[in-house]
Design a protein around this ligand. Structure first.
Ligand code: ATP
Length: 288
């Protein structure tokens, strides 16, 4: 059993037991790259990292800038092969792309020459779904993300928030069992961002998929998640804290910040994160 709001020692001691029931299991992952600064050197971005996400669980990973959050997500997506360690998806070892996962990245990924609807249904068409059925599903998802009637607009005719909604529909229309999100809303203004966060929570609570959410915003991580994992600064990034977020659901991400337990959890997690953020900042300054 994990204790609420504390670093979970027990969880760390039972990775095998957790992995057996996990939707996504990253076991002892190490990622070493050829250094960007000096091609003759190698840089170990991530070392011996184990993370399990249960079906239906919403897990956020926070850490200082450049520590390896995206690397972790790319490994889970099957986009990056780790130097060592194993990834399992519902118990099966992952060898190529993670086809049970849908992704949403920070960068805009919409095709500018396709309308909103055509963007949403692109993945369905790729899977060979007949056009009529794909369009029906696409329209349904556009309506679910608040874009009913906007299907014929092109990305440049939509606001930043609307484009994110299209991207969200594009991810969810494929009905993935696992959703991987890498700072999906960081480019949005705070009000739009909070609206989007609430929408994601509404959609998630209806379907309860496993979510791995990468962010450097601790408030966002606590407001959204069942569990927050804190990564150390690099090199050799690894989890240094794991906190169960025992806040009531359903949550409004703006209102929940005033909850006394939110304030308490924030203080506890920031206590672990603060030093790593300072270390990460110093490293970035030295590299610049
Ligand atoms: N393909 C690569 N080749 C060389 N180094 C890489 C590569 N990918 C990542 N790195 C390095 O690994 C470290 C972790 O990068 P990553 O992008 O995962 O960090 P992050 O925590 O997501 O960063 P940010 O908070 O800025 O989004 C960084 O030092 C980065 O420069």
């Amino acid at each position: 059993m994990q204790r609420t709001g504390t670093v979970s020692q027990e969880a760390a001691q039972q990775p095998g037991q957790q992995a057996a029931h996990a939707a996504l299991s990253l076991d002892n992952i190490t990622c070493t790259f050829v250094s960007r600064e000096n091609r003759a050197q190698r840089y170990t971005a991530m070392a011996d990292t184990t993370l399990n996400i249960a079906p239906g669980e919403f897990v956020s990973v926070v850490g200082p800038t450049g520590c390896g959050k995206s690397t972790l997500l790319n490994v889970g997506a099957g986009l990056l092969q780790p130097s060592s360690g194993t990834v399992r998806v519902f118990g099966e070892e992952l060898t190529g792309l993670n086809r049970r996962a849908g992704y949403m990245f920070q960068a805009e990924c919409l095709l500018p020459w396709r309308s909103a609807l055509q963007n949403v249904v692109a993945g369905l068409q790729f899977r060979g779904m007949p056009e009529g059925e794909a369009n029906r599903l696409g329209e349904e998802w556009l309506a679910r993300v608040g874009l009913k009637g906007f299907g014929d607009r092109y990305p440049h005719q939509l606001s930043g928030g609307m484009r994110k909604r299209v991207a969200l529909a594009q991810t969810l229309v494929l009905d993935p069992d696992i959703i991987l999100m890498d700072e999906p809303f960081s480019a949005l203004d705070i009000q739009t961002r909070q609206l989007m966060e609430n929408e994601v929570l509404d959609l998630w609570s209806a379907k309860k998929k496993a979510v791995l959410f990468i962010t450097h915003d601790l408030d966002e991580a606590i407001a959204m998640s069942d569990r927050v994992v804190v990564l150390s600064a690099g090199p050799g990034t690894h989890p240094i804290g794991e906190f169960v977020i025992d806040l009531p659901r359903p949550r409004d991400v703006a209102e929940i910040r005033a909850h006394p337990r939110f304030v308490e959890l924030h203080a506890q997690i920031w206590d672990v994160l603060r030093e790593e953020v300072l270390k990460g900042y110093q490293q970035t300054k030295q590299r610049a």
